[in-house]
Design a protein around this ligand. Structure first.
Ligand code: AGP
Length: 614
């Protein structure tokens, strides 16, 4: 999950590329570098291990200048983080430079073959092997495009590349194999850009063109050309990206994650807007349409997703089964294609993915396609693979989510699942008009409920002061709030590095209750729903064994408060929408605990925002 950026135009490339890399640093931050074709037709290169700021300091000390350049911020796969493994990589004679996102699966075989021919490598990376291959074809008289095409014919795995050459200094050649993260071209005025993600180039243009799997793109100052690997021209179809550059900026917040937590009342409003018809009492999904007959023939929905999106899917099962009475299965994208799932034309495979580029989720979609299922996606990034390959999609309207820990994408996914449930319920006749209208009216109050929780956001700082040095947390929930417990635990472990586990509260007596002691705080989600008494009993059991309970309760519920050590209060919400409200305190708790522990909230160790490798 690396970030790559390229620029061709009249402006000086290094500052633009560096700013673009800053917008992509969430994709990987083990090392960074950039290369330009210099005025004397040599390739200038600067690389630094560690955070991007170190590359910035290096460029201040030793500036580069040129109008054609490529840059890279790395999440290490082959070769540990180091300057010599940092991208860009040069060919043996310095003729070309390359940056790369993905994994070359036949890297060892290629490297051995070339070493036997006398090639010597300066790094441990799979990328450098490609630099040697391309340069070899150039030396044999091929153009840069042809040399890249010939090289890719020998490469296996999901990869995206950018190349520049000192002998063809007016262009960048890019290529995409498989689902290794996107390659997006930005069409500028007298300049063109290319990057692995939209935020890197959004401040320069909103006109984007997406490079698909097995395509080669050549960008010069005046033109963009895309061809398939076998040389067929591909029409240039620009998308206008609805996001504005400010939305992808962090200020005035301290962290992207903090900004994105506090944006949720607005992002939920944006996700509802235009879909929930409050006057007519119905839902319109303009990009996922079915006839009533098709909806009634739907036998099953299988939700496939990873990480936080998978937990949204688990909430979605409750929502869609309650509203549309159609069976819903939920499976991890990384498991789905290995279990030979039972799918057919009456099945819908619904992918939930913020980035739209998670390789396991995309592979699960392909599995569904291969077995004749209808493909849907709930996706945030327009133009991403999951958006473009689906038969129908629902956009999250969360706006750019930069923080590695997903927050507003989770809550807007839940709103989309609720809209889908209402839509299908009406078509399938499982929601009488008055009930449907009530379900839709419930949506109207949701942003305010979320806003009321956010108004008390600073209270979590005090709680973090108490618990920041704990080594383990347990999160308990039941029913629709069990996946919320899973999500709360994931938030905590991925940004604070505290071990945390979400568990179905009813299962505690079958073993995990042995874990209870005063050192491990237990976060219990205790809502006045049909399992309230069971959850109260669970809290009593934890307390009876000397445990510490942080109870998440509806405001004004004095009963449970008396039995708990700490209380997180939320306003009451309709059952099917309660996870949207209940997750906010868990996001805030994780954020403040990580902050108090001095962790890098936006760029947690070992993680990246979009997992485009298996
Ligand atoms: C969530 O906080 C994590 N960053 C991660 O689990 C993420 O949800 C997962 O990788 C799926 O990403 P996607 O929604 O872009 O597919």
């Amino acid at each position: 999950m690396c970030g790559i950026v390229g620029y061709v135009g009249p402006r000086d490339a290094p500052p633009l590329i560096f700013e673009g890399l800053k917008r992509l640093e969430y994709r990987g931050y083990d090392s960074a570098g950039l290369a330009v074709v210099q005025p004397d037709r040599t390739i200038g290169i600067r690389r630094e291990v560690g955070k991007l700021a170190r590359l910035g300091e290096r460029l201040d000390r030793a500036p580069l200048s040129g109008h054609v350049g490529i840059g890279h911020t790395r999440w290490a796969t082959h070769g540990q983080p180091s300057e010599r493994n940092a991208h860009p990589h040069l060919g043996p004679s310095g003729e070309i430079a390359v940056v790369h996102n993905g994994i070359i699966e036949n890297f060892c075989a290629l490297r051995d073959e070339m070493a036997a021919e006398g090639h010597r490598f300066a790094s441990e990376t799979d990328t450098e092997v490609v630099a040697h291959l391309v340069e070899g074809y150039l030396a044999a008289g091929a153009s840069l495009e042809t040399a890249v095409r010939q090289t890719l014919a020998r490469v296996k795995g999901a990869n995206a590349f950018l190349f520049l050459s000192r002998s063809q200094p007016d262009r960048i050649v890019g290529a995409r194999l498989g689902n290794a993260g996107g390659l997006t071209v930005g069409l500028g005025e007298g300049e063109n850009l290319i990057a692995s993600d939209i935020p890197a180039i959004l401040e320069h243009t909103r006109q984007m063109v997406f490079v698909e799997n097995r395509q080669i793109v050549t960008i010069t100052q005046e033109a963009v050309r895309i061809e398939t690997l076998d040389g067929q021209a591909v029409p240039i179809v620009p998308y206008t990206i609805p996001w504005d550059p400010v939305a992808a900026a962090k200020e005035p917040y301290r962290h992207f994650m903090q900004k994105e937590i506090y944006e949720q009342a607005r992002s939920i409003t944006d996700t509802i807007r235009g879909r929930a018809d409050f006057d007519g009492g119905r839902v319109r999904l303009e990009s996922l349409e079915m006839t009533a007959a098709e909806a009634q023939q739907l036998a099953k929905i299988v939700i496939v997703a990873c990480g936080t999106s998978a937990y949204a899917g688990q909430v979605g099962k409750f929502i869609i089964e309650a509203l549309a009475r159609v069976p819903v299965e939920v499976d991890y994208g990384s498991e789905f294609r290995y279990r030979d799932p039972l799918l057919d034309q009456q099945t819908a495979v619904l992918a939930i993915t913020q980035s739209g580029e998670t390789v396991d989720t995309l592979a699960a979609m392909e599995e569904g396609r291969g077995k004749g299922a209808r493909l849907w996606s709930i996706v945030n990034v327009i133009g991403s693979q999951a958006h473009r390959i689906a038969d129908g999609y629902i956009q999250m309207h969360a706006g750019p989510e930069i923080g590695v820990a997903s927050t507003k994408a989770f809550t807007t996914s839940l709103v989309d699942l609720y809209l889908l449930g209402c839509y299908l319920g009406e078509l399938r006749g499982t929601l009488p008009r008055d009930v449907l209208r009530q379900r839709i009216d419930d949506l109207a109050g949701l942003p305010d409920l979320v806003g009321r929780v956010l108004d008390h956001g600073q209270e979590y700082e005090q709680l973090a002061q108490i618990f920041y040095d704990r080594e383990h947390f347990l999160y308990l929930g039941r029913g629709i709030n069990y996946p919320v417990a899973l999500e709360g635990a994931l938030k905590l472990k991925e940004i604070s590095y505290i071990h945390a586990e979400g568990y179905p509260a009813g299962e505690m007596k079958h073993g995990p209750i042995a874990l209870i002691d005063e050192a491990m705080p237990v976060v219990a989600i205790v809502m006045r729903d049909h399992v309230y008494d069971k959850m109260v009993n669970q809290v009593e059991q934890v307390k009876a064994r000397g445990g510490t309970v942080i109870a998440l309760v509806e405001s004004g519920n004095g009963d449970i408060a008396a039995q708990s050590d700490h209380v997180l209060a939320v306003p009451p919400a309709p059952y099917l929408l309660s996870p949207v409200v209940n997750v906010i305190p868990l996001q805030l708790l994780a954020y403040h605990l990580a902050l108090r522990r001095g962790c890098d909230v936006d760029q947690p160790r070992n993680l990246a925002k979009s997992v485009t490798v298996e």
